[in-house]
Design a binder for this molecule. Structure first.
Ligand code: UDP
Ligand code: MG
Length: 139
């Protein structure tokens, strides 16, 4: 059993892709054990993406992530981290495999619809960034 953090980014929410993304998650068999809509401010987005603070795209990315509401979710299942990343597709939608969310819906390397944790340690940090224990149900 593994947990991962998923985010439907501001472009995904604005383009009414919440239902589509949730449908794909449920179809894949991953369980949603927490979910809420929030809007981050710039400083909260900077904290979330702190690992990228020295990257050239950091300022633009954190501006984008705080530009509108996002849906944050905890997904649970066997190999949840890699399964969700496989469903998302490569960071650059042009390189993403067919049938992935980013290949199907992303419009830009930054505006790529979804986020997913990349390892157990980052998943633990990212889940704790948004959810306390009472907000995660047993499913
Ligand atoms: N990103 C960007 N330009 C890049 C690489 C990444 O704007 O050259 C953005 C993109 O939104 C990506 C996020 O920064 O999803 C985090 O980058 P990361 O390399 O962690 O990609 P991910 O884990 O989201 O696939
Ligand atoms: Mg990443």
């Amino acid at each position: 059993m593994q947990k991962t953090l998923a985010i439907i980014k501001p472009d995904g929410v604005a383009r009414k892709l919440i239902g589509e993304v949730v449908k794909r998650i449920e179809k894949n068999g991953l369980r949603i054990s927490a979910m809420k809509m929030i809007r981050m401010n710039k400083s909260q987005a900077r904290g979330f993406y702190a690992v990228h603070r020295d990257k050239p795209f950091f300022d633009s990315l954190t501006g984008f992530m705080s530009s509108g509401p996002v849906v944050v979710m905890v997904l649970e299942g066997q190999d949840a981290i890699s399964r969700w990343r496989e469903m998302m597709g490569a960071t650059n939608y042009k390189e993403a495999a067919e049938g992935t969310i980013r290949r199907d819906f992303a419009t830009d390397i930054e505006k790529n619809v979804v986020h997913g944790s990349d390892a157990p340690e980052t998943a633990a940090f990212e889940i704790g960034y948004f959810f306390n224990a009472f907000e995660q149900v047993s499913v």
